[in-house]
Design a protein around this ligand. Sequence first.
Ligand SMILES: [Fe+2]
Ligand SMILES: [Fe+2]
Length: 273
Amino acid sequence: MSSVVIHEYRIPIKGVGRKIIYHFSDTHITEYDALSDENERLCAIEDTREWEGLRLGFARDHGASWDERQLVSAGEHLKNLLSAAGDGDAVVLAGDICDNMSGANLRFLNSALGELSVPFVAVCGNHERAEEFPDGMHFSGMKKPVQVADLGDVILFGIDNARRQISAEQNRALLEVLAYGKPVIVVMHVPVRTEGNAEKFEICGEYFQLNHSKASAEVYEFIDIIKENSGKIAAVLAGHLHFADNSEIAPGVMQYVSDQGILGNLNRYVIGE
Ligand SMILES: [Fe+2]
Ligand SMILES: [Fe+2]
């Protein structure tokens, strides 16, 4: 029996051929392996224990149901999520895939992504650090402040906002991609507080939102770019909350926040005509 729980959505986009996009986040893997030293092994065991409690705490606090099948390890969830997503046209990993940047976590992630035979965009979460991802690995795209995956008639645009910041260069890159004229799906870790989710954010706190009270002008510029280009931006895919939340950033631009991957949640979007 699978540990994966699929949440289905439909995103109609004019002029785009039918495609399946999968999206998950927040698996928080805490691995150790034969190459780990004693400290890495003990930290992984301790972090695993902590997340076994935390994941159920998030589910309880946000009214998400779960069953026994979802209680496999974070590493097993990551493998199962990627395996389930393998029949799509692209996969989006919206951050906090690793709980920390340990050697064992990076080896595990690299090996898991190596099995994937479809295009993917993986962005950093706040538990990951772009500068510490080595070059030449399957996940090395996570080093970049922006990533572009052209699926032919639609573009996935990954943007690293893991530190709840956006740079002027990142905004420029988004404008450049929008100028191609193809519909764009934005991928990032930290979601935007919207009118629709403002009440939930009041309870969660500023740590969970991109447009927090001390956010820079560039963050607000980024949100304005999304609003001003609502006809071109097909969706925004995010994570970080550890509960599902879907709300509009602008009319017609839905932000989908995936529920926690560490309980096997996987969003499946049928996009296009
Ligand atoms: Fe997380
Ligand atoms: Fe996060």
